[in-house]
Design a protein around this ligand. Structure first.
Ligand code: G3P
Ligand code: CA
Length: 299
């Protein structure tokens, strides 16, 4: 699609010549994050991958949820880790919204997340992030790896699923690497990313936030030369999608996968002009925009 992209994805995912589109907590810009409705929308919006955050309940079940506290995303309060799965399933996970279609008010378990991906009619990349700090400590990774093994994810039993295991905690990434599955090291800051990468070991992918790349787009070829694919998050505006494509990132994580896809199609039609501009030395090099993730609870 874009001639400056490799002919196959650096992540081994069967997409050619463009970045992967990864739906951040599902199509969470449109529907309540991490709900079945948000993931159903992501898959019908044309996302290549779906992202989820993993937390552990009091009775050691894996659920998809970003915050440790229940307040922002559900009708409950207190720590998610102090509630049993049965208690969490009784909460309203779309309590801040009206008139939601079915599936918009349910907690999604990790098993449910895998079932949704399995139900897709195409390969799906699974960007799975373990959250720390956690009362359960390293058990989060242990339970996740057990679950993936039980479901055959990352084996020929599930050829359509492409897992990538991520964390902001370099020690968690190191634990995840023991599985032999591809891992990703996440960071909000460039220096921290280098330190974490040294601790975590060679991940398949590194995930800097968009604002970090905007401050230094040369990070993309630098990390790619070290054999890492680059995933930018969270990219929610068309102009930022365009910018990521110009930088050559391998994956774009967004709350609006439909918007990202539309923008990629639109941009692929104007690629010759963009390249001419590059040759003439007139390629835009915009000032870093303020990353609105900083204002929205890390989103
Ligand atoms: O994929 C990376 C992104 O999800 C990290 O940020 O805070 O949304 O988990 P956060
Ligand atoms: Ca996440």
């Amino acid at each position: 699609m874009f001639s400056h992209y490799p002919s196959t994805s650096r992540l081994g995912f069967p997409v050619c010549g463009r970045p992967l589109i990864v739906a951040h907590r599902g199509s969470s810009g449109t529907f309540p994050e991490h709900t079945p409705l948000a993931y159903e929308a992501a898959l019908s919006d044309g996302a290549d991958g779906i992202e989820c955050d993993i937390r552990v309940t009091a009775d050691e079940k894996l659920v998809c949820c970003h915050d440790r506290d229940l307040q922002r995303t559900s009708s409950g309060s207190g720590s998610i880790e102090r509630h049993s799965l049965a208690e969490l399933l009784r909460l309203d996970w779309g309590s801040h919204r009206e008139n939601l279609p079915p599936g918009g008010r349910q907690l999604l378990t990790f098993d449910g997340f895998l079932d949704m991906a399995r139900g897709a009619d195409r390969p799906v990349a699974l960007f799975i992030e373990t959250k720390h700090p956690s009362d359960h400590g390293r058990r989060v990774e242990r339970l996740l790896l057990e679950s993936l093994r039980r479901h055959g994810v990352g084996t020929p039993r599930e050829p359509q699923l492409y897992p990538i295991l991520m964390s902001f905690s370099a020690f968690a990434v190191r634990r995840l690497r023991a599985s032999g599955l591809p891992t990703a090291t996440l960071s909000k800051r460039g220096l921290a990313l280098r330190l974490k990468d040294a601790v975590a070991g060679s991940s398949a992918l590194i995930g800097p936030r968009y604002g970090r790349l905007a401050a230094d787009p040369e990070l993309v070829p630098t990390w790619q030369a070290r054999g890492r694919a680059v995933n930018a998050w969270t990219v929610n505006q068309p102009e930022r999608v365009r910018q990521c494509i110009e930088w050559g990132v391998d994956a774009i994580t967004t709350n609006f996968p439909g918007m990202a896809r539309t923008e990629m199609v639109r941009m692929s039609e104007s690629v010759p002009r963009a390249h001419e501009a590059q040759r003439d030395g007139t390629k835009r090099n915009p000032q870093p925009e303020r990353d609105n993730a900083e204002q929205q609870g890390g989103r």
